[in-house]
Ligand binder design. Structure first.
Ligand code: Z5A
Length: 216
């Protein structure tokens, strides 16, 4: 049996990680075998790449092209070592960010050609396309307000991409909404500015509808 692949996408502070974790917990509680994954990272190689991408560990400025290929390299490893084996075993995979992030951030955000990015995405992901993509849409300023509150609590700093301008993040958000219009059957857009439990209930319904349609 082939498993089901669900991805979470959206701008910073939209609550992707929170809602992905809640969905994994809910589905496991319903008896499903669920693998949780995230990008960048999620493998030993991917975690090293993540450090370079997030915090400029080398001290050398990343060229935008290098940045794009590092995200793709992290994905290539995650797909082959974690996601495909789980799907082939009939499991549900819930992934916090996937290829649409590269289209949104490096394509719409950095300005690389969208079709070229999507071709490279297909190669890195072995042409794997999610069954359901939950796009957590949020006003950029509200997302950053949430991050600031979280970082103050945890003593964390904004990472390299989070420090990009508001204009960059607005382009990313608009890019995501464009992708959702392009693939309305795969994307479900969630208004992420609402209370966590309200958003969570809506996402559970979307996931169960997706699972049901694959079971029929
Ligand atoms: N990136 C890229 O450029 N290209 C790519 O191909 C890929 C990624 C794959 C990864 O960062 C960065 O890499 C990301 C995109 C880029 N960069 N940026 N900028 P990451 O993995 O460290 O983090 P993230 O994916 O950007 O997520 P995040 O910043 O951690 O935010 P989030 O997952 O959307 O939100 P959260 O952590 O669940 O919640 C944030 C806070 O809000 C937290 O305190 C929550 O308790 C709170 N929260 C959550 N929901 C609510 C509601 N409903 N109400 C109130 N407060 C809430």
């Amino acid at each position: 049996m082939q498993g089901i692949f669900i991805t979470f996408e959206g701008p910073e502070g939209s609550g992707k990680s929170t809602q992905a974790a809640l969905l994994v917990e809910y589905l496991r509680g319903q008896g499903y075998d669920v693998v949780a994954a995230h990008e960048p990272g999620g493998t030993r190689v991917g975690d090293v790449i993540r450090e370079i991408l997030q915090y400029d560990k080398t001290g050398e400025q990343l060229c935008p092209e290098t940045e794009m290929f590092l995200f793709e390299a992290s994905r290539a490893q995650l797909v082959r070592c974690v996601i495909l084996p789980a799907l082939e075993a009939g499991k549900i995979v819930v992934c916090d960010r996937f290829a649409d992030s590269t289209t949104a951030y490096q394509g719409y955000g950095r300005g690389f050609d969208i079709d070229k990015i999507m071709t490279i995405n297909s190669f890195s992901s072995d042409e794997l396309v999610p069954d359901l993509t939950i796009l957590m849409d949020i006003d950029v300023e509200l997302g950053f307000k949430r991050l600031a509150e979280r970082n103050e609590k945890n003593g964390r700093e904004l990472d390299r991409i989070e420090r990009e301008s508001i204009t960059f993040h607005e382009k990313v958000r608009a890019g995501y909404l464009d992708l959702a219009k392009r693939w309305p059957a795969r994307f479900k857009v969630v208004e992420a500015n609402r209370a966590m439990d309200v958003v969570g209930r809506e996402i559970r319904k979307m996931a169960l509808t997706c699972l049901k349609s694959h079971a029929d």
